[in-house]
Design a protein around this ligand. Structure first.
Ligand SMILES: Nc1nc2c(ncn2[C@@H]2O[C@H](COP(=O)(O)OP(=O)(O)O)[C@@H](O)[C@H]2O)c(=O)[nH]1
Ligand SMILES: [Mg+2]
Length: 425
């Protein structure tokens, strides 16, 4: 069962730099004091153990982080845009969408709290103060903020079961799973065979978990049928078992022992997982009577239990709530332990991108690279001073040498980051 979603994300725009001059009494023409614009917010995916599905991205809405504030007078810096954190289930993979539809994997969020930035916010523009030089003491211009990244990605999640349903054949596992996930029609569209766990997303308010009806476990294992690796992944991932007992049968406690014996024999840690007993089929008067008869014995087991009926719905919500609560408790304990043992890994700083200059098919020289493109888009190249600033910075980066090597003459039109400009040396 694979869940997937297309997500469009836009980093916040950077704030514009300010044009401002110091104003003091008796000093009508003070120096430039325009502050820088703030950075736009990033859009970040965060793996979260409380999130079970990618359903929340089904709306197709673009996720946009907030813009940075504009700079102000008195060297005031614009506020940074807020980061937008999007919670995704653990196990979510992120894919670039290529033209050939195969896609490229970008990230695999496999541990709780792991983060991946999908769209970076734009840089804030510099205020006019930064552009002052001994020969240009009062620049009346500043840099504008740059746009944030705009990306469309695919998220994929292989749903794995958190809660397993066990019990004898006919105990009511399939019926309960259907009752639980009735509101999630998705389940119906997934084909299954007896040896593949049937999955259902059980939603409770804003929280949810994935439950698996694992009918093949006992039946298949005892018949020596090999269980696939996928099946084992579900079993191992399962943190809580809901053990259903058909209370209309003669001796449900014997059934309980039988299944527990099989869980033990099966291995893979199944027998050690906490169980919640579902005393099922209490819509049947005989079953109800047997619950009352065995209540004292059941209490003595020291295991949480719920009298319920997958058919009438009695107790099913309570069962889901207990399962969810138990699950979250175990996960938060695991998280605590994991946080103590995991080393903190600091990602290597991103390589500073330089530039590339090539003569295109149309004969026009193209300069690409993050910094030249950014400068071309945020400085007003129609104005002389910002344009001079632009070429000065390119020269410092070595762009002029690269462009000269291609035989570009002053005045020739070239493209920098998609912006056309007459080359100046
Ligand atoms: N009376 C009653 N019958 C139930 C209940 N749950 C399941 N059944 C019946 O028990 C039989 C087996 O149910 P199923 O969910 O397929 O059991 P599974 O083999 O554990 O998946 C079916 O005939 C169901 O209609 C229940 O709560 N009350
Ligand atoms: Mg079944």
């Amino acid at each position: 069962m694979i869940d997937s979603a297309i997500i469009e994300a836009v980093g916040g725009r950077g704030g514009d730099g300010a044009v401002s001059f110091l104003r003091e009494k008796f000093m009508p023409n003070g120096g430039p004091d325009g502050g820088d614009g703030g950075r736009g917010g990033d859009v970040v995916l965060v793996a979260d153990h409380r999130t079970a599905t990618l359903d929340r991205f089904a709306d197709g809405r673009a996720r946009v982080a907030t813009a940075g504030g504009n700079g102000g007078p008195n060297q005031r810096r614009g506020a940074s845009g807020h980061m937008l954190e999007l919670l995704v289930p653990i196990g979510t993979t992120v894919w670039a969408i290529d033209s050939d539809e195969t896609g490229t994997p970008l990230a695999d969020l496999s541990t709780d709290g792991e983060r991946y930035t999908i769209a970076r916010g734009g840089r804030g523009g510099w205020g006019n103060r930064r552009f002052a030089t001994p020969t240009r003491q009062a620049p009346k211009w500043a840099q504008s903020g740059s746009e944030g990244d705009h990306v469309t990605l695919r998220l994929e999640l292989k749903l794995l079961a958190d809660v397993g349903l066990v019990g004898l054949p006919n105990a009511g596992k399939s019926t309960l799973l259907k009752a639980w996930s009735r509101a999630t029609p998705k389940i119906a569209s997934y084909p299954f065979t007896t040896l593949e766990p049937q999955l259902g997303v059980v939603a409770l308010g804003y929280d949810s978990f994935v439950a698996a009806d694992i009918p093949g476990l006992i039946e298949g294992a005892s018949e020596g049928v090999g269980l696939g690796i996928e099946f084992l992944r579900h079993i191992e991932r399962t943190k809580v078992l809901v053990h259903l007992l058909d209370m209309s049968r003669e001796d449900p406690l014997e059934d309980l022992e039988l299944i527990n014996g099989e869980l033990e024999a099966f291995g893979h840690g199944l027998a050690e997982k906490p169980q919640i007993l579902g005393l099922n089929k209490v819509d049947d008067p005989d079953a109800r009577a047997r619950v009352e008869l065995l209540e004292a014995d059941i209490k003595r087991l020291g295991v949480p239990w719920v009298a319920m009926s997958g058919v009438s719905g009695e107790g099913t919500r309570q069962m889901a709530e207990i399962a969810l609560h138990t699950l979250r408790q175990i996960q938060s304990e695991e998280k605590y332990v994991a946080a103590q043992v995991l080393p903190v890994l600091t990602p290597a700083p991103a390589r500073r991108s330089r530039f590339e200059a090539v003569r295109g098919e149309d004969g026009v020289v193209d300069v690409s690279g993050a910094t030249p493109s950014w400068l071309a888009r945020t400085l007003d190249l129609h104005e002389r001073e910002p344009r001079e600033e632009f070429f000065t910075r390119l020269r410092r980066m070595g762009v002029h040498r690269g462009v000269a090597r291609l035989g570009v003459k002053p005045g020739e039109r070239i493209r920098v980051g998609g912006v056309e400009i007459a080359w100046e040396t």
